[in-house]
Write a protein that binds this ligand. Structure first.
Ligand code: ACO
Ligand code: ZN
Length: 226
């Protein structure tokens, strides 16, 4: 029995080191067969999913030093709509959404950030909405709270409880893990505000985020206070 225990401990210790793949960004344990297998499965399909070959007609809505933003509309050619869907699926997969359908797919506008290496490293899906709930900053005080207080607080943190007039709802925002904190989400949202409505500019107050994740809340709070 003692020998068996030892074996288990040794095998366990080997798996502690985590590796980040420099191409696909997956975090896995290189010593684990299972993890290596999962990484191999994920790696190529992810890179294929974000690969951007270039289109004859691209609706470029913004250009930057490190890439450009392309807008895809529901009536665009099949290859464009398919690419937008492929990237959305990758983002949903990471967000843990199980094939949540869009409120109104025929109205959704997809913004894709294509970098200079021809990879789609950002995706934002915007829809027309009438009202939204503002993302609020997290209150500091959580001491001496009852569980009910906390839950109420927690919900209030995600959004205010009074709906406000909004025009543009962001139902997805995603940036490739290896390209984060470079202002890509910020630039995508700035571009949405300039291009979402024909001939109009949207204020930050006219934008609402649906069900933000912890990352999404941090980003949204920061973006809205600037
Ligand atoms: N933690 C703390 N602050 C953050 C974070 C974070 N994870 N992300 C953004 N911020 C704040 C920072 O102040 C940042 O400025 P700084 O880097 O100078 O400090 C500022 O927001 C601007 O950040 P960007 O670089 O523009 O944001 P980024 O391109 O990294 O994308 C995003 C942010 C989209 C949330 C990214 O982290 C992501 O894709 N996460 C995983 C998917 C996800 O959770 N998406 C949100 C879902 S909610 C929804 O879709 C409605
Ligand atoms: Zn990889």
């Amino acid at each position: 029995a003692e020998a068996d225990d030892q074996l288990i401990i040794d095998a366990g210790q080997k798996q502690f080191g985590a590796t980040v793949c420099g191409s696909c960004g997956m975090i896995y344990s290189a010593d684990s067969l299972e993890d290596n297998f999962q990484h191999t499965q994920f790696h190529q399909s992810f890179l294929d999913g974000i690969k951007f070959v270039g289109w004859k007609k691209e609706r470029v809505v913004a250009e930057f030093w490190d890439g450009k933003i392309i807008l895809v509309l529901p009536d665009d050619p099949k290859y464009a709509v398919k690419k937008a869907e492929d990237v959305r699926r990758l983002a949903d997969n990471e967000l843990g959404f199980q094939q949540v359908s869009l409120r109104c797919p025929s109205q959704a506008k997809t913004y894709l950030y294509v970098n200079s290496d021809r990879m789609v490293v950002g995706c934002l899906i915007a829809e027309h909405i009438r009202q939204g709930f503002r993302v609020l900053e997290q209150p500091e005080q959580t001491k001496d709270m009852t569980r009910e207080d906390f839950m109420e607080h927690h919900r209030a943190w995600c959004c205010s409880t009074t709906p406000e007039k909004a025009i543009c709802g962001v139902s997805r925002i995603w940036v490739f893990s290896l390209a984060r904190r470079k202002g890509i989400a910020t630039r995508m949202l700035d571009t949405v505000r300039n291009s979402f409505m024909y001939g109009g500019h949207l204020t930050k107050e006219e934008i609402a985020f649906s069900d933000p994740t912890p990352d999404g809340k941090l980003f949204a709070t920061k973006y809205c206070e600037k």
